[in-house]
Ligand binder design. Structure first.
Ligand code: NAD
Length: 314
């Protein structure tokens, strides 16, 4: 069995560099190649990160080129413009699809057989574009999706209930963006339905609390960008969690952005759905039970993404 895994990060700005930092703490990879249009930036990040290696697992970190992606188990794309205050993720489409069109052919030109993870925004649209441009099968191309948003939901619920957020089981699905939705109908804390658990903790305004928490999740990125200009630590930890699932073949259920093939009556677009993630990438997209309201919200989110991808010309 292969015990050596290499990773490439394409785009070494706030997000790419934070992902690199987060990944090296986990000791998952033997080699990490950093690629950026600004090669000096990638070199600087590689030097800075390497200086912590005496305190971590041995590995090699270097600024490289597309020649270096061939042996990678995972390529993570974060290249592209980020949201400016007041911009939505969908505002970034043209710029970032254009950037993908320059990056992906340089990967497909090599004998790369690993997984391709998209992080750049709008992540669902770019995951779809990456799949189309690369021609790779859907299980090998996925986006970080709402893995971050789901962590935000668990964190806020844990804070609200004053309970360990790891015991909170709930998902944000749909677009990683303004039309995303929380699956409240299946949410629970260690198997206790959420509303019941809220009552245990003395919270009786369930509708008000769930609305506030959902809005808090949906608007997190805007709130952070307003204050510090960009978001990067949360997504870095979310990506490291997905990478861990792949390298260790954990088959964890994570809401990555994937191309749907008929699930929920939806076809040929990417959005986030809880899926089993392992060494082969997305092993199964799960059709989880949804209330009627949630199902309608998922279809509304899908409709919005469908309209966007129809104009992509891919
Ligand atoms: P940034 O501007 O700090 O970094 C972008 C990097 O991409 C720069 O270093 C730039 O040189 C590089 N780049 C641009 N074109 C390139 C190309 N053709 N090839 C290689 N490198 C190229 O931006 P950031 O804050 O790191 O954000 C990066 C992306 O991540 C944005 O699209 C942002 O919206 C997205 N993001 C996604 C999530 C998520 O949950 N999916 C969270 C936060 C940010």
């Amino acid at each position: 069995m292969n015990t050596r895994y290499d990773v490439a990060i394409i785009g070494c700005g706030f997000v790419g560099a934070s992902i690199a930092f987060s990944l090296i703490q986990k000791g998952l990879f033997s080699e990490m190649v950093l690629i950026d249009a600004n090669h000096e930036k990638a070199e600087g990040e590689a030097m800075d990160l390497s200086h912590g290696l005496p305190y971590l697992s041995p590995m090699e970190i270097y600024a490289g080129t597309y020649e270096d992606v061939s042996d990678c188990a995972l390529v993570i794309i974060t290249a592209g413009a980020n949201q400016k205050p007041g911009e939505t993720r969908l505002d970034l489409i043209d710029k970032n699809v254009g950037i993908l069109k320059t990056i992906i052919p340089q990967i497909t030109a090599r004998p790369f057989e690993g997984m391709l993870m998209i992080v750049s925004n709008p992540v669902d649209v770019l995951t779809y574009a990456a799949m189309k441009i690369s021609g790779y099968p859907a299980h090998r191309v996925f986006g970080s999706g709402t893995v971050l948003d789901t962590a935000r939901l668990k964190f806020l619920l844990g804070q609200h209930l004053d309970v360990d957020s790891r015991n909170v089981h709930a998902f944000i699905i749909g677009e990683h963006g303004d039309s995303e939705l929380a699956v409240w109908s299946g949410a629970n804390v260690s198997g206790v339905p959420l509303e019941r658990f809220c009552q245990f903790r003395g919270h009786n305004d369930h509708a008000g609390a769930t609305r506030r928490i959902y809005e808090g999740v949906r608007d997190s990125a805007y709130e952070i960008i307003q204050r510090k200009g960009a978001t990067y630590y949360g997504i870095a930890m979310a990506v490291a969690r997905i990478a861990e699932c792949i390298v260790k073949d954990q088959r964890s259920v994570l809401p990555v952005s994937v191309c749907l093939g008929g699930q929920y009556g939806l076809n040929g677009l990417c959005l986030s759905i809880p899926s089993i993630v392992g060494r082969r990438g997305v092993e199964q997209i799960l059709e989880i039970p949804l209330s009627e309201e949630e199902s309608n919200a998922l279809h509304a989110s899908a409709k919005q993404l469908q309209e966007v991808i129809e104009h992509l010309n891919l």
